[in-house]
Design a protein around this ligand. Sequence first.
Ligand SMILES: Cc1ncc(COP(=O)(O)O)c(C=O)c1O
Length: 387
Amino acid sequence: MTGAAGRNPPSRPRKSCASRSTISGASPLSGDEIEANVAATIRTGWWLNGEQVGGFAGEFAHAVGVAHCVPVANGTDALEIALKALSSRDPQRSEVVCAANAGGYAATACYQARLTPVYADIDPHSQLIAVDSVVRCLSGDTLAVVATHLYGGVVDVLRLRQALQEAGYGHVAILEDCAQAHGAFLGPQRVGSLGDVSTFSFYPTKNLGAFGDAGAVCTPSADLFAIVDSLRQYGWAAKYAIGRAGGRNSRMDEVQAAILRTLLPRLDAHNAMRRSIVARYKAAAPAGVRFVEGGEGAVAHLAVLLSPQRDRLREHLAAAGIATDIHYPILDCDQSGWTSLPRRIDPAGLPVSRQSVGRLLSLPCFVGMTEEEIDAVCGALAAFSGT
Ligand SMILES: Cc1ncc(COP(=O)(O)O)c(C=O)c1O
């Protein structure tokens, strides 16, 4: 079990291991097809801004249900460029409301874009940003709200939009961070098509993962698309002609795009496998262990539970050879590297985020997990006595 968890552990740092496990699996992971498509791409000698990236942009936009997709180098760049694009449309406003437990990615992007994160609390059941807390965080300076679909759960963006309108903040943009929720649904709509703009990471362990870094920005807006497309390539209006300040270089490469095009048609099947793993864990969980509920359209990026006995449970699972991780051990507002930077917090505080951070535990959950591996986690979970 240790080996299996190590092939694709719940923790982020084992990047290369995750990609290796993806290609080594035959069905349903399509290792042979991926190798053939990578080889064919390499033989073209075309590395950037080519047919594969263009093809992926169109196919991914179609899959998400938006008009436009701009492939970029990773999910953090996607967030930064999307925020810069929103900011360039509304330069007077400088605050961005984010969930306090969002892993630091949105806040990193805020600081890169010279914007101020305002930390909202979360819902105790879903661990997703809480709409009432967002409303308390709003001010005349609010530019955007980042709705992070954390753990594969789905923020009710339509309810969030309605709450913003009712509070007199209908002009505030919604950015969906979909890095952990590729293919998830809210009703009939895919996440990434609900807000003004959305961002994706294709980091190897994601539900749609490349064999290295990659990301994308999606939007229904032709106007935002043009800004994002320029910002991700130096701010060019045309080749070598800078038409916009704040640009940078952030490109997805052809090989990553070829891999993602091979895996995209399997996304729903892979998500179903992840969901079924979590369903089995839930059925095996003893009293006192509660799994995060991300909603009907959730895709189980991570199998996250909450337990007041988290550290004991973690030791118990480790003794059974099961690797676990914590997503995330430090709230974004408590990161020591950012103490000197501007930020605000929900005036009512962050009671749910603060209580949850010491109770969270992520169990192994990845495509290609064997029946024996899943059974081993279920057995160890069921054997845990929370008292
Ligand atoms: C919710 C969320 N947003 C953004 C990112 C950033 O993506 P990347 O690692 O590709 O920069 C991640 C990556 O782990 C993430 O989980």
